[in-house]
Design a protein around this ligand. Structure first.
Ligand code: CDP
Length: 227
């Protein structure tokens, strides 16, 4: 692929487990761009708060934590299934960000205005450098509204829960499909109804429904949009 007229800033948004990370990473690798998963920053703040035994309902304290936390999301240094490395004050917490406790609480933490302001600021600074695929919930709407290409990846909750289930089992973990489905639905509900930067499709985003698409097919569709 030649680089002429190729979108430089690519935003991918969508609900939980819609394939943003898998497709986003493949796309970034194909284009030679940086892949940046913003969800990992919200997960890192949530993990930190839990690790400090903080009250997650204390918005002021959690906001102060997000403002002073030193979170780094960088290209993966290990081939153990991770899409990025996540560091907090130099400590590798990549797999901790996937803990059930983090997953159960991240939507509460990410709804706080001050938390979003602190993290969005960093995301915008990184995104504006270009040659980037940034994935999340509000990238096309709030973080990088001037992105060259906006994609909204969607799938039914059942399909997304099945994918998350398969992912956990493939990593050797144990999981309950109905439990995952309930949690995915609840996280989407909180993410899409919050006051600040709710999950929604940007008016100029291209929506791709992936229920009936394989990962390869979804990737090909997304890649075609970059040509
Ligand atoms: O991988 P998965 O789609 O399950 O979640 P994620 O992208 O890692 O995001 C975890 C959570 O962080 C979401 O459920 C949102 O509550 C929050 N998030 C957000 O509010 N804004 C973003 N740009 C990215 C994630």
């Amino acid at each position: 692929m030649t680089s002429s007229n190729r979108p430089s800033i690519i935003a991918i948004d969508g609900p939980a487990a819609s394939g943003k990370s898998t497709i986003g990473l493949r796309l970034a690798n194909a284009l030679g761009y940086l892949f940046f998963d913003t969800g990992l920053m919200y997960r890192a703040v949530t993990w930190l708060a839990l690790d400090h035994d903080m009250n997650l309902r204390d918005e002021a304290a959690i906001t102060a934590l997000a403002e002073r936390a030193q979170i780094d999301v960088v290209p993966a240094s290990k081939a153990d299934g991770r899409a990025c490395d996540v560091f907090v004050a130099g400590k590798d917490i990549t797999w901790e960000t996937r803990l059930p406790d983090v997953e159960a609480n991240v939507s509460v933490v990410s709804a706080y205005r001050g938390v979003r302001a602190a993290l969005s600021r960093q995301q915008r600074r990184i995104g504006k450098r270009g040659q980037i695929v940034m994935v999340g919930r509000d990238i096309g709407t709030v973080v990088l509204p001037d992105a060259d290409l906006k994609i909204y990846l969607d799938a039914s909750a059942e399909e997304r829960a099945k994918r998350r289930y398969d992912e956990i089992v493939a990593r050797g973990g144990s999981a309950n499909y109905h439990d995952i489905l309930a949690k995915v639905i609840e996280r989407d509900r909180i993410d899409s109804t919050r006051d600040v930067a709710p999950l929604k499709t940007a008016s100029d985003a291209i929506v791709i429904h992936t229920d009936k698409l394989s990962v390869d097919e979804s990737f090909e569709q997304v890649l075609a949009l970059c040509k």
